[in-house]
Design a protein around this ligand. Sequence first.
Ligand SMILES: [Zn+2]
Length: 140
Amino acid sequence: MGRLHLVPLEGEVYTCRHCETQLALAGDIFSRFFQCSHGKAYLFSKVVNVYVGRKEERLMTTGMHTVSDIFCVRCGSILGWKYETAHVVNQRYKEGMFILERFRVLGPDGNNCCESEDSLQEEEEEEEEDDVADDSLNLP
Ligand SMILES: [Zn+2]
């Protein structure tokens, strides 16, 4: 138990769908235009609270890559993978980055935990001073 150190994130976070452990910030999304076999996937430059599985060679649409699956550090469910090495030169930018499969995570737009408070602004109306009183008399 004492070995589970979760890194807290602040802002628009993506969380594990199963246990809601915080995983990544929307600001760290490098690309939303990835596909996995299950649908959409996002490429993140940084992901926390995951552990990395064994490296393996995987042939993807963009060529051969060495990747490791990544798992939620709390509940152990698979979340996506990490690019360790890209064998194709123009894919090297992905090395060290992480894929989160969209259907495995909850996005910041998916949970309405943060209601935006409408701050009521008090309108200060300037009272116009009329020299001419309408129908009221100023009594001394
Ligand atoms: Zn989890």
